[in-house]
Design a protein around this ligand. Structure first.
Ligand SMILES: [Zn+2]
Length: 46
């Protein structure tokens, strides 16, 4: 599964836990002003 970040970055994960961890790491690094919950990340994931 993967998540297309609005900045153009594609975050890929092997499962929900992996995707959420990588998405949150990307958000902290690239978008420290934004915070998303696990539910929000999974809602945007496909
Ligand atoms: Zn991003």
């Amino acid at each position: 599964m993967y998540l297309n970040c609005p900045c153009g970055e594609v975050v890929e994960g092997i499962d929900e836990d992996d995707l959420v961890a990588k998405a949150q790491a990307h958000l902290q690094e690239a978008h420290p002003d934004r915070a998303y919950t696990r539910e929000q990340i999974l809602f945007f994931a496909s």
